[in-house]
Each structure stands twice: as C-alpha cells, then as structure tokens.
Design a protein around this ligand. Structure first.
Ligand code: NAP
Length: 248
C-alpha cells in the first residue's frame, strides 16, 4: 500500500487555503491545517499566527515527530491592508511583511533540509499578480509578494538538483474573505467582484504545482484581457530591464 502523503497548508481556515485542504484531502493527503482562528478542515489543526517564527518551527517539529516526514508545504496565509501609504500604519505594514514574506521563509527553512535529504518534496507559495503589477493602495502587500516571487524563483533554481519542487502560484482576484479586512470598507471593488474566480480554481493550480514543480503558475481572473495584460506587463518589465542594462 502506498504511504500517505503529508501536507502542511497555512491560512487554512478560509478561502484559497481551505479549498486547498479540501482538494488535498480528496486526493488522499493527510493535511495539517494552520491559521489564527481554528480551521474546520484538515486532519491536524493548529491555531497559530504564522508571523511568529518560534511557533512555525514548533509546529513543523511536532508534525515531523508525529508523521516522520513532510511531503508538501503550501505557504498561503495572508491578508492585505488597503489604503494609501500615507495612511496605513507601520505596525500593520510590518505585520504584513512578516506574514506574507517572512513566514514562508520560516516554514521553508524548517521543512527543506529533510526534503533535500529525501530528494523529494514540494513547496508551493501563493504569490499574486500584484507581484508583477504593483497595486497602488496595496503597496507593501505588492512589495511583499514581489519579494516572495523572487524568493520562490531563486529557490526553484537552487532546489532543482535535489529534486525538490518549488512553485509560485499567481492568482488574480479570487472570491474569498480577502476584502473583508476593515481597511477595504471604502475600496471600489466592482471589477474585483465581477471578475474574481472561485478559490477551487487556485486549489487546482496548487495541485498542478505539486505535480509538475512548474516555477510559475498563473490563475487569471475572468476578465478576458487579464492574461494578455499580464503578459504585456511582463514584456514591459523585460524591456525596462533591458533598457536599464544598456544605460547603466
Ligand atoms: N483573494 C484574492 O484575490 C487573492 C489574489 C492573489 C493572492 N491571494 C493570496 O492568497 C492567500 C490566501 O488569501 P485568501 O484570498 O484565501 O484570503 P482569506 O479568505 O482572507 O484567507 C486568508 C487565510 O490566511 C489566514 N491568515 C491570515 N493571516 C494569518 C496569520 N498571520 N497567521 C495565520 N494565518 C493567517 C486566515 O485565517 P485567520 O484569519 O483565521 O488567521 C485565512 O485562513 C493570501 O496569501 C493572499 O495574499 C489572494
């Protein structure tokens, strides 16, 4: 009989994380669910704040002791604080950086050595289109996601020789609780709401990432021009870097 695969999913109480837990369980995984509020899906549930490094390492240690290995890590926990950089508080911004960027580093640091030893495993980071197209009013959010994208890309390159898969999943707007953060109360979300996709679509992309180890997987919104817009933004970025490299 094939051994059960063990997966850790952060941000498992709602939205994309919850959909991912449900999907992985359907595929036969044993899933460890993590969030600040009690997750209601998953085989083992942890109620921790992922921005707390000690808690992250403690959880990974306990999971390893209980199950002997970790096959998959999905770094998904996150939130965004909406507002002009002039208005948002430094405390909230620091908390965002710790949650969106540092927590994936903590968890990766904790699980990676064993994956390398076993020459097996997958790490999937839920990034965002905002990593490529930085959003005004979500400046530190976008910057944290851009940092996470760089981390993911470089780790992908480093881990190839160890057969450890590293992927970034880049969703556009998704129908979740993301915009229920109080800071969004005055945001105009008309386009967001209209073109957002279901979280299950992102969960399917996570499964694709686990299986393929593809470096980047995009989950476009239902807006027909979205994939082209993104390609255009990437082409513009490449052009910009090309020009900069010629000037300096
Ligand atoms: N929705 C979108 O349009 C969209 C687009 C691109 C990328 N994303 C990314 O997708 C990921 C999931 O977001 P979502 O859209 O599914 O939002 P969501 O429905 O609000 O879910 C966010 C999850 O993260 C958990 N969480 C947040 N901060 C945490 C912390 N410090 N420690 C532990 N758990 C924490 C929340 O649980 P608790 O509140 O119980 O802690 C919840 O389970 C985020 O990284 C987000 O940036 C979302």
């Amino acid at each position: 009989m094939e051994e059960r695969k063990i997966a850790i999913v952060t941000g498992a109480s709602k939205g994309i994380g919850k959909a991912t837990v449900i999907k992985l369980k359907q595929l036969g995984y044993t899933v460890i669910s993590i969030s600040r509020s009690q997750p209601d899906v998953g085989d083992v549930k942890y109620q921790i704040d992922v921005s707390n490094k000690d808690e992250d390492f403690r959880v990974v240690k306990e999971v390893k002791e209980k199950f002997g290995k970790i096959d998959v890590l999905v770094n998904n926990a996150g939130f965004g604080v909406y507002g002009s950089f002039l208005e948002t508080s430094l405390e909230e911004e620091e908390y965002m950086v710790r949650t969106l960027f540092l927590a994936p580093i903590y968890f990766t640091k904790a699980v990676l050595p064993d994956m390398v030893k076993r020459r097996e495993g997958a790490i999937v980071n839920i990034v965002s289109e905002a990593a490529y197209v930085a959003s005004p009013k979500l400046i530190v959010y976008s910057a944290s996601k851009a940092a996470l994208a760089h981390f993911t890309n470089a780790l992908w390159a480093e881990m190839r020789k160890y057969n450890v898969k590293v992927s970034g999943v880049y969703p556009g707007p998704v129908k979740t609780n993301f915009t229920s953060h109080p800071s969004f109360k005055n945001a105009k979300n008309t386009i967001f709401d209209k073109y957002a996709v279901e979280p299950e679509k992102v969960a399917n992309a996570v499964v694709k990432a686990i299986r393929s180890g593809k470096r980047e997987i995009y989950v476009s919104s239902r807006l027909i021009i979205d994939p082209y817009f993104l390609k255009l933004a990437m082409a513009m970025q490449n052009l910009t870097y090309y020009i900069i490299s010629k000037i300096f």
